[in-house]
Design a protein around this ligand. Structure first.
Ligand code: UD1
Ligand code: UDP
Length: 384
């Protein structure tokens, strides 16, 4: 029996690790599955734990309002020292590119516990974009013994860094496992649909507004390198778009980071209620978010995970970043990088709203990131 510890701490890691936790739990004779959350996020992490009914064995509960990278690094590192000393797992699995992942991998290395990296090998090769995520994943890649690469391209990135081929397994991205699970649940359960509509209305957006064919632009943003001017430009472009297109709804579930909210208030004012066709709402729990994404016409975001999910749902994604570590959907033509300059955002959203042909070209459903069976492949490798 091997003792496997999965460590995560933020919303996207939780969404992508939750199906893997569930899969490991199906093999109680082979694995003792331990879950350690750092609590780098609190409310946004707990939303995901609730949906997937995961009760962590360890919770470092490190989040502080307005934390910086030093806070997160120091608190995860010392927190993990105690947890690893007590639990002594045979393997630690971390995910992706957050500070939780890198520091948990480092903490495991300090006790000579081998690390498996889920979502390994994504690269922009620019350590300041996204920042600090590109460095986080490169560092985690150096520490890891096993690399679970979502795509052939991410495998190639690792080979170019001289990672041994036999240590790399191409698995697909576990986010697609999570997405398919949600989409199936939504399709099969009519009462859940009503529940989600109710949850969205309570959050501040009434989806019945879309029943007459009204279009929805779904927006999210949180990248650290966009704080300050980048966010102000994004918000100004969005504000002007809401005025140019009064018949289109713009819905922005806001990340809880205060640095994300400050520029929103600077551009839209203190009171974010009753802004006509602009709806600022609190972060949505995962089911409601996917439900809304399915109903949207365009997704405007700087998120990593949403770049992987939206193409699977056939939704064009305009990415408010200069680089992406996920070029597969870019190559397929369903994702476009638009940066954070005002005119580019304004013009690209306008083009998709005005030009039906351009819209249709970008809205074909593709799924370069997985087939919903990534977790099974990771388990197979662990069983080996
Ligand atoms: C983190 C990750 C980023 C990931 C993002 C996903 C790092 C350095 N950053 O960025 O890679 O893409 O999560 O969302 O690892 N907050 C709350 N409640 C929450 C979550 C956040 O109040 O549930 C607020 C707190 O004030 C917190 C702040 O947001 O201090 C920033 O959280 P932090 O995890 O440091 O950064 P993110 O921008 O969320
Ligand atoms: N998401 C969510 N509720 C929201 C916004 C996003 O559940 O209000 C989900 C989304 O479907 C995706 C993940 O959160 O799976 C992306 O998280 P985020 O953009 O915060 O982080 P990133 O992927 O950029 O690291």
């Amino acid at each position: 029996m091997k003792k496997i510890m999965l460590v995560f701490g933020t919303r996207p890691e939780a969404i992508k690790m939750a199906p893997l936790v569930k899969e490991f739990q199906k093999y109680p004779d082979q694995f003792q599955t331990l879950v350690c959350v750092t609590g780098q996020h609190r409310e946004m992490l707990d939303q995901v734990l609730n949906i997937f009914s995961i009760v962590p064995d360890y919770d470092l509960n490190i989040m502080k309002q307005g934390q910086d990278l030093y806070d997160v690094t120091a608190r995860v590192l010392t927190g993990m020292r105690e947890v690893l000393t007590e639990a002594r797992p045979d393997v630690v699995l971390v995910h992706g590119d957050t500070t939780t992942s890198t520091v948990a991998a480092l903490a495991a290395f300090y006790q000579q516990i081998p690390v498996g990296h889920v979502e390994a090998g994504l690269r922009t090769h620019n350590i300041y974009s996204p920042w600090p995520e590109e460095m986080n994943r490169q560092l985690t890649g150096r520490i890891a013994t096993w690399h679970f690469a979502p795509t052939a391209l991410s495998r190639q990135n690792l080979l170019e860094e001289n990672v041994e081929d036999k240590k790399i397994t191409v698995t697909g991205n576990t986010v697609i496992d999570a997405l398919y699970w949600v989409v199936k649940k939504i399709k099969e359960d009519l009462s859940l649909n009503r529940e989600l509509e109710g949850a969205l209305a309570a959050a501040g957006y009434d989806v019945t507004r879309l029943s007459g064919g009204k279009k929805l632009v779904l927006i999210t943003g949180h990248r650290r390198e966009n704080f300050g001017d980048g966010f102000v430009h994004m918000c100004t472009a969005i504000k002007d778009l809401t005025q140019k297109y009064p018949d289109v709804d713009f819905v922005y579930p806001m990340h809880l980071n205060p640095n994300v909210r400050k520029p929103i208030h600077e551009v839209f004012g203190e009171n974010l209620a009753n802004l006509g066709n602009m709806f600022f709402i609190e972060p949505l729990e995962y089911l409601s978010f996917v439900y809304l994404m399915e109903k949207s016409a365009i997704v405007l975001t700087d998120s990593g995970g949403i770049q992987e999910e939206a193409p699977g749902l056939g939704k064009p994604v305009l990415v408010m970043r200069d680089t992406t570590e996920r070029p597969e959907a870019l190559d397929a033509g369903t994702v476009k990088l638009v940066g954070t300059a005002y005119h580019r955002i304004f013009n690209e959203v306008s083009a998709l709203l005005d030009d039906q042909q351009a819209y249709e070209k970008m809205s074909k459903a593709i799924n370069p990131y997985g087939d919903g069976m990534a977790c099974g492949r990771i388990i197979d490798k662990c069983l080996e």
